[in-house]
Design a binder for this molecule. Structure first.
Ligand code: HAX
Length: 429
């Protein structure tokens, strides 16, 4: 057994007991009131989910297991996965063991590549990735064991088994999506000795300084892994998994949500926004030009991509992490200069516009421009990279839920007429 499975296995009885104890002790206490505006407002702010992997503080941003994300930027994504799942950072030996574990599970069945080659040439890369994940459902240990009569207390074990297999394989699949979709040549042979993120960077096959690119990809995979439990991808995955659909179905559901333009697809929109500015002003715009452009976008009823957030009320520390990297490695990149200018000018414009609750950049405001710098110019692919990373968080949350014995998710909906009837007399006819 791997060190990760050993460690988590030892934690499971405590997790289950803790959940039981909390309900026994505080089960009838109230933590949230729900207003009608919240019901019509995407349930914003309603506290109704447990997520122990990470927490998003409106003022500080992402906190992973108690550690602010900016303290974790030098870690590998595999180490972040260990932290998300177990609550501790791995020792060097544990980290090495997890790398070996993932390498041993990384071979992707040939039918996955056949599927990729058979899909229409213009298929969206996210649809390609999700098609492969659903095809891999064929391999689900959870599904087989469930129908063999697996006990509830063992669900986590089968879920982690599937989760580790999916995490191990997803970089190879995602890199193949890139190479096949964009005619970059045959998928490259995997080099698991480079580590999970380093191998992904290698398999993309970019013609750039591989050491620097691998550092960037590791940072990318590290910073996008988790963002508590209520975002669309995490919540969708958790809901589907709560029906005991196996991790392949569940992660695919989460990643289908990630493919939306208000969630993971925003990074491609952000790059289009920055490229649009560069094209219109034939390079870096003046401050006046940028202000004019931003107002034009807002007055036409569109959003400024990469700005605003459902929870955050500060500059996203993940944006700051990428910005710090860009200051070190991408000093002469004009797109980053435009990103900087937007960062300097747009928050005041959004404040004056008066709609967005947060005028600050989110993680997507900069990543596309950095990927573009490294030659990854096919922006429809960007969400696939986000998906590779987010799989770490989705799997961690899902395994923890099964370990804690969480039930099927089933909130109550009401009709709008029922709602009105709570406050108004029925109209007599
Ligand atoms: N530009 C212009 N208007 C904005 C805005 C922006 N960047 N952000 C929010 N608003 C508007 C909203 O559209 C909304 O307008 P309406 O009342 O007319 O509908 C109003 O401000 C209030 O919205 P909010 O409460 O501040 O924000 P929400 O929680 O509803 O939405 C979003 C959060 C991130 C979806 C939103 O800020 C947005 O659309 N931003 C641009 C797209 C983006 O950057 N998405 C990436 C988010 C990060 C992420 O999840 N990545 O995966």
């Amino acid at each position: 057994m791997s060190k990760l499975i050993d460690k988590f296995s030892a934690q499971v009885p405590g997790l289950r007991q803790k959940a039981k104890d909390i309900v026994a002790k505080h089960g009838s206490e109230k933590i949230s009131d729900v207003t009608v505006a919240q019901v019509f407002g995407g349930m914003r702010g309603i506290k109704g989910l447990i997520c122990d992997t990470s927490f998003v503080s409106p003022e500080k941003g992402l906190i992973v297991r108690g550690l602010p994300i900016l303290e974790l930027t030098e870690r590998t994504p595999e180490e972040i996965f260990w932290l998300l799942l177990t609550g501790d950072l791995p020792s060097e030996g544990e980290s090495h063991d997890l790398d070996k574990e993932l390498a041993s599970r990384s071979e992707v069945p040939a039918y996955v590549f056949e599927i990729l080659n058979a899909l229409p040439a213009e298929c969206h890369p996210m649809a390609m990735l999700n098609t492969c994940i659903l095809a891999l459902e064929n391999e689900s240990v959870f599904r087989i064991r469930y129908f063999e009569g697996m006990k509830k207390q063992d669900y986590w074990e089968a879920a982690l088994e599937d989760g580790l297999n999916l995490i191990a394989k997803i970089p190879t699949i995602a890199a193949a999506v890139y190479r096949i979709r964009y005619d970059k040549g045959a998928p490259l042979a995997s080099k698991p000795e480079l580590g999970w993120g380093g191998n992904f960077a290698h398999m993309l096959g970019m013609d750039v300084d591989q050491d620097e690119f691998a550092k960037f990809i590791n940072l990318y995979l590290n910073l996008h892994a988790d963002h508590e439990g209520g975002n669309v991808s995490a919540f969708s995955c958790a809901t589907v998994a709560s029906a005991l659909s196996d991790p392949y179905y569940s992660v695919s559901a989460g990643l289908n949500g990630l493919a939306g333009p208000l969630h993971g697809l925003a990074n491609q929109e952000c790059l289009r926004f920055v490229l649009g500015i560069r094209e219109r002003y034939d390079g870096i715009p003046t401050d006046e030009q940028l202000v004019e452009y931003a107002w034009e976008v807002l007055n036409s009823g569109q959003v400024i991509p990469g700005y605003g957030h459902a929870v955050l009320r500060c500059p996203d520390p993940r944006f700051v992490g990428f910005h710090n990297f860009a200051e070190k490695y991408l000093v002469d990149e004009p797109l980053v200069t435009i990103v900087d200018k937007i960062y300097r000018l747009v928050p005041d414009i959004l404040r004056e516009h008066g709609k967005a609750k947060s005028p600050f950049p989110n993680v997507d405001a900069i990543t596309g421009s950095m990927l573009y710098h490294y030659g990854l110019k096919e922006y429809r692919y960007y969400t696939v990279m986000f998906a590779v990373s987010r799989t770490l968080g989705l799997i961690s949350q899902l395994v923890l839920s099964r370990a804690m014995g969480m039930p099927i998710i089933r909130p109550k909906s009401v009709t709008s007429d029922w709602l009105v009837s709570q406050f108004e007399e029925p109209v007599k006819v």
